[in-house]
Design a protein around this ligand. Structure first.
Ligand SMILES: C[S@@+](CC[C@H](N)C(=O)[O-])C[C@H]1O[C@@H](n2cnc3c(N)ncnc32)[C@H](O)[C@@H]1O
Length: 333
């Protein structure tokens, strides 16, 4: 059998130029979960439009689920000769897509890229797979959460989501957004707030949202990510997914915000390791113009993480100042 995946139109033109290649790389990284050996993954132009094509056996329900939930999938077809036959998609959506798309702000991580980074991290987290198989809640942490794009993607997947963000303005924006969204969509929820008063955490704050009577939990803490354990007391995560600061803008004035992205990873990697369960996985994206792949790998390895080797590169140009890459690593011990 031959299949063709039509890539989503991306809002960001530069990302769109790389979208099909990145989708092919994502598929190659996840291909081992299919019920058959996936072959010949490539970008193919059919009638002037790019598709990601691949070969293999008949898609079963699980295969259809995987291909439907790839970050760039717009539509999936079987390809016979020159003809495309559409297949029904099976997307995992606990919330409408508008949870992902409504927010618009400068510094927002591309939605499709966020989705891909989460998928790649999920693929390496045996802990998350075991939880999902037992119908237990998967728990994700974004340690550099901004205004919550990763948290929203995690909520759409039905996960519990927690975020840590240094800038209080971003945390406030996200609180307003998510509570307004839940209210507008008539989803029952209860929000509670706390402020840390003593010790290292003095001045830090957090809010929690109980969504639909415990169906999902959301927590956002305002503080330094190197204090992940203290900001998320008693919590462990199956996934850590974050888009690191790009080191190109310096709006925040706090000393901790002026650290370079490498200093940030070096200073926080042990804390991230300590809140990730065994069998959990971490996925980080960063600007290659601020640090090399070797530097990120070394910082994560020094904290006890095992780096995953992907079959294809995810490096891509975002703009003149940013060439982005990603890395996934696991906690084995
Ligand atoms: C690239 S942005 C993340 C954007 C986010 N994915 C979104 O779409 O809203 C990186 C974030 O890391 C935050 N940050 C920088 N240093 C931090 C630290 N030490 N602890 C927590 N957050 C930090 C920055 O304030 C920034 O919001």
């Amino acid at each position: 059998m031959l299949y063709a995946v039509l890539t989503k139109e991306s809002a960001n033109r530069v990302y769109a130029d790389s979208a099909s290649r990145l989708l092919a790389a994502e598929l190659a990284a996840i291909a081992r979960y299919f019920s058959f050996a996936v072959t010949d993954i490539e970008v193919t132009n059919l009638g002037g439009v790019d598709y990601v094509t691949f070969g293999g056996g008949e898609l079963d329900d699980q295969d259809r689920f995987i291909v439907s939930n790839l970050s760039g999938t717009r539509a999936v077809f079987t390809l016979k000769g020159d003809a495309l036959y559409p297949l029904d998609l099976k997307t995992l959506e606990w919330f409408d897509d508008d949870l992902i798309t409504i927010q618009r702000y400068s510094g927002k991580t591309n939605e499709q890229f966020t989705h891909m980074l989460l998928n790649l991290t999920l693929a390496e987290s045996t802990a998350a797979h075991e939880r999902a198989a037992n119908e237990d809640q998967v728990h994700l942490l974004d340690p550099v959460a901004g205004r919550g794009s990763t948290l929203n993607r995690a909520l759409v997947y039905g996960f519990d989501a927690s975020g840590i963000e240094l800038t209080d303005k971003d945390v406030e924006h996200y609180r307003t957004f998510i509570t307004t969204y839940l209210k507008g969509h008539r989803v029952k929820h209860k929000t509670t707030s706390e402020r840390f008063r003593k010790g290292d955490l003095a001045g830090a704050s957090a809010f929690d949202v109980d969504i639909d009577r415990g169906r999902q939990n959301l927590r956002m803490a305002c503080g330094d990510t190197s204090k992940a354990k203290e900001l998320m007391p008693g919590q462990n995560f199956d996934l850590i997914v974050g888009d690191l600061p790009y080191g190109v803008r310096h709006t925040a004035t706090a000393k901790s915000a002026r650290r370079s992205p490498l200093e940030l990873v070096q200073g926080a990697a042990h804390a991230w390791h300590s809140v990730l369960v065994r069998g959990g996985a971490i996925g980080l994206a960063w600007n290659l113009k601020t640090m090399t792949r070797e530097q990120v790998s070394a910082a994560l390895a020094a904290a006890g993480f095992t780096i995953i080797d992907h079959p294809r590169s995810f490096e891509h140009v975002v703009d003149r100042a940013i060439t982005r890459d990603l890395i996934v690593a696991t906690r084995r011990r």
